[in-house]
Write a protein that binds this ligand. Structure first.
Ligand code: GDP
Length: 354
């Protein structure tokens, strides 16, 4: 037998780093929940990012750890101003957030930017953009920017973003932006987790032409007509007047706040500080009249029930008896042999027995 030579250790070709840092973080050895919590409370962006990756993971052991981290962060959360920002693609959301973010940082604030992007679950592509957005802001220590989680349903994506808010607050970010595109249903999800809702519009085209639904205009606490610069300035001023007139026709809001319409330019910076002053006004008024707290409680109530629905649905879908019978009952309903209600009753009955 030939003598085996000891295998030589070669240094090998250096491997490039993972293209997806979040994935890389996930492969890293997991730490105990308390370490993540301590890191987050100490303001570590790295541990915060890794913990959010755990929230986004579907693996049961990651989920369990994520829930323990959230629990540890919960007592330190809730103290930020949560601002929902929506607008059609191209309205200038990332440019606006970049400009407003610099303004907030200059005032000594700390800002986290999260997103809910409905497209990432449908097409795996992203309307909010996979391109590196808000580069200047991202490089600042006082800012934390996280793209939208990918997920199978809007409900799932929204839950992950809501949980990420808790972690960001525990990490000391006093302002949280939750960004989305105002063309689907995601803005309703954002509205259900934001204190203040800002709609960014383009001058010169009606909101319907921009794909913005009427319901979204009604949700807005501030409409900012962006790109109010150069030759678009007169158009922007006209749009401001039109929206002011339109908002007058709406019934008063339960918040006691009269929604405002302003113009701004995210590229020149004109009107950015003024837009933020409106948000601060809102904060003052709704904290004084009790709406801020009332709304937070109503949101917690809503999310409790959302979570119950999601957990029940997941348990139902995972139930062995249900899985076995589902196809045949579906078929019987499609063929008209069984009513949908009878079919549901039978399946839910199986689930409850199981
Ligand atoms: P998003 O899709 O809503 O995030 O929009 P972006 O921030 O990517 O902006 C879309 C385009 O509009 C970019 O080319 C920006 O440079 C441009 N843009 C954004 N804000 C303004 C603005 O205030 N004035 C002008 N003239 N262009 C802007």
């Amino acid at each position: 037998m030939p003598k085996r030579t000891k295998p030589q250790v070669r240094s090998g070709v250096p491997q490039p780093g993972s293209l997806n840092p979040h994935l890389q973080a996930q492969r890293r050895k997991l730490r105990p929940a308390a370490e993540y919590v301590a890191g987050i409370l100490g303001g570590s962006r790295v541990l915060l990012g890794q913990a959010i990756t755990l929230i986004e993971s579907t693996r049961p052991e990651h989920q369990e750890l994520a829930q323990a981290i959230i629990e540890g962060c919960l007592p330190h959360s809730g103290r930020s101003f949560r601002v929902g920002i929506t607008g059609s693609p191209g309205a200038g959301k990332s440019t606006f957030i970049e400009a407003l973010g610099q303004h907030l940082l200059q005032q000594g604030g700390r800002l986290a930017v999260l997103a809910i992007d409905p497209s990432s679950q449908v097409s795996r592509g992203s309307i909010l953009g996979d391109k590196t957005r808000m580069e200047k802001l991202a490089s600042r220590e006082a800012a934390f920017i996280r793209p939208s989680p990918a997920g199978e349903s809007l409900g799932g994506v929204a839950r992950k973003t809501r949980e990420s808010i808790i972690l960001c607050e525990a990490a000391g970010y006093d302002t949280i932006f939750i960004e989305t595109v105002g063309v689907g249903q995601s803005e309703t999800a954002v509205h259900s987790m934001a204190d203040f809702f800002l709609l960014l519009l383009l001058p010169g085209a009606g909101d319907e032409l921009q794909g913005i639904k009427r319901g979204i205009v009604e949700m807005a606490d501030l409409i900012a007509v962006n790109k109010a610069d150069g030759e678009r300035l007169p158009l922007a001023k006209r749009a401001r007047q039109e929206y002011r007139n339109a908002l007058h026709l709406l019934p008063p809001k339960v918040s006691g706040w009269a929604p405002r319409v302003e113009i701004c330019s995210a590229t020149t910076g004109t009107g950015i500080a003024e837009a933020w002053a409106v948000a601060e006004d809102y904060l003052k008024i709704t904290k004084a009249n009790g709406f801020f707290e009332k709304n937070r409680r109503a949101q917690a109530h809503y999310w409790l029930h959302e979570a119950i629905n999601q957990q029940l649905r997941a348990a139902f879908a995972g139930n062995a008896d249900v899985r076995e019978k589902l196809k045949s009952i579906e078929q019987a309903v499609l063929e008209g042999k069984l009513s949908p209600f009878q079919g549901a009753e039978e399946l839910v009955g199986l689930f409850l027995k199981g």
